[in-house]
Write a protein that binds this ligand. Structure first.
Ligand code: UDX
Length: 449
């Protein structure tokens, strides 16, 4: 049996899609071992029983980035310790009679390819973010786009004209250690042309032109998404009930939703990493409580102290939870709108479930995703910020009302339905992503002949 090791970047938004991709490979008869860092693994609340789990070290086994203190220290040590401990793991699996044929690794870890080549096994890059975002970073890596940006309007092949507000946050100075993160996202492409395959969590119909262009540069590039549990997307796997691999506890909110009328609730979430400042959280709280709409808001425990003192976390009108099963929530018929930070997984999930979005990008790739959501796919509307870069409660309220109650909201909803159908088709039996996955799996089976 072909044995693949899967190595995601240790963050929820990276583990989720590669884990879903692993399940599809398993269905085709590939054996999977999921590998994460010891520090991430220690806090897992939920790990699927069907997939073997192993660990490597990032050099900070007790707390990952938090233990390191900053991204620079973390990455430098991880880049030294990671390759060594991955090689030790591959040797261990080999010795125990369980040799590995292929490593599928997050594009944030280009060093994995050298380890894989050292063992003479197949190395497959997994791009968690979409091809439009990757194309921007690739142009920087190629020296064709200069950072800091010199022009106001950026033109890149097969992308819409981009303004600064549409560009990834790592191009601009903030309080985060941006230069390290910029190196990380640009470094993804340092050896990508040497990988045996390049998989991307997108689908052909979604990014046609940029995908065709990418396949010309990297002939082994394939779009294989959306990587979303098939229980939600196309019921391809009947026993696919797990919520994935998570470090967070899921709160019970389905019961609260059950009482609400169809499409009457706005779901608000900023993913697994965004840390909003207190002023922003207060504005969100006022905007949501002032609107006429029910709301379900995911606010991680670490953020709760920023809520206004008199704000009720549970009422007839609204519910604040620390974490939820986002796919199950988005699939609930009570949900009519998604206020999102535009993480790529959240975007694909909303699309696959046909929920129109209010785009409120926070950092990383999210502004570019917001551009796609609003101007290219037309499946959402974007909030505006004031001079302090805050989305005011009034602005949020208007955007939610526009999606839920206006003619434009109806148009957005109908565009969303079209993309929902295309997403489902891409992963169906004859769909573009499904065919790409089959081609890849066949190439793995051919190794054993
Ligand atoms: C980050 C980037 O923002 C994203 O664009 C990139 O592709 C991956 O890294 P994150 O900010 O966490 O990810 O957002 P997102 O990509 O949306 O991923 C969050 C995941 O957590 C989604 O799969 C979502 O379903 C899940 N989630 C989020 C939950 O299951 N429950 C929650 O309460 C919130």
């Amino acid at each position: 049996m072909v044995h693949c090791v899967i190595l995601p970047y240790p963050a929820q938004g990276h583990i989720n899609p590669i884990h879903q991709f692993s399940k599809l490979l398993q269905r085709e008869g590939v054996r999977i071992t999921l590998v994460t860092t010891l520090s991430y693994c220690k806090n897992l609340q939920n790990a699927p029983a069907s997939i073997a789990l192993e660990t490597i070290s990032d050099g900070f086994d007790n707390g990952g980035v938090a233990e390191a203190g900053n991204w620079k220290v973390y990455m430098e040590r991880f880049w030294q310790v990671g390759p060594k401990t991955l090689a030790e793991l591959l040797e261990k699996l080999d010795r125990s009679g369980d040799p590995v044929d292929c490593v599928i690794y997050d594009s944030f870890f280009p060093w994995v390819l050298e380890v894989a080549k050292g063992f003479g096994i197949v190395g497959v890059v997994f791009l968690t973010q979409n091809m439009s975002v990757n194309s921007i970073y690739y142009h920087v890596q190629q020296g064709k786009l200069r950072v800091p940006l010199t022009e106001n309007e950026i033109s890149l092949p097969f992308l819409p004209k981009l303004h600064h507000k549409d560009m990834p946050s790592f191009f601009f100075p903030t309080d985060v250690d941006n230069s390290v993160l910029l190196d990380l996202v640009v470094g993804q492409f340092s050896n990508i042309d040497k990988a045996d395959w390049i998989m991307c969590n997108s689908f052909y119909e979604l990014e046609k032109e940029v995908t065709d262009w990418t396949e010309m540069i990297w002939p082994k590039f394939r779009a294989i998404g959306p990587c979303i549990t098939s229980m939600i997307l196309n019921k391809g796997l009947t026993d696919d009930e797990d919520d994935g691999v998570t470090q967070f506890k899921s709160e019970e909110c389905m019961k609260w939703l059950d009482d609400k009328p169809k499409q009457s609730v706005v779901y608000v979430s900023f993913g697994s990493m965004a840390i909003l400042n207190e002023e922003q959280i207060k504005e969100l709280a006022y905007g949501l409580s002032d609107s006429e709409i029910y709301f379900l808001w995911v606010l991680r425990a670490s953020e709760e102290t920023k809520l206004p003192k008199d704000f009720e976390k549970k009422s007839e009108k609204g519910l604040v939870v620390g974490w939820c099963s986002q796919l199950k929530v988005l699939a609930h018929e009570a949900i009519g709108c998604f206020v999102t930070h535009c993480g790529w997984n959240s975007t694909l999930e909303a699309m696959s479930l046909g929920v129109p979005m209010v785009a409120m990008p926070y950092w990383s790739d999210q502004s570019t995703n917001a551009k796609q959501i609003v101007d290219v796919l037309k499946i959402g509307i974007r909030t505006t910020v004031d001079e302090k870069k805050i989305v005011r409660g009034e602005v949020l309220k208007c955007c939610i009302m526009e999606i839920m109650k206006s003619e434009r909201g109806k148009e957005v909803k109908s565009n969303m339905e079209r993309w929902k159908a295309l997403a489902a088709r891409a992963v169906s039996e004859e769909g573009s992503s499904r065919k790409n996955i089959a081609e890849f799996v066949n190439s793995l089976f051919n190794l054993q002949q």
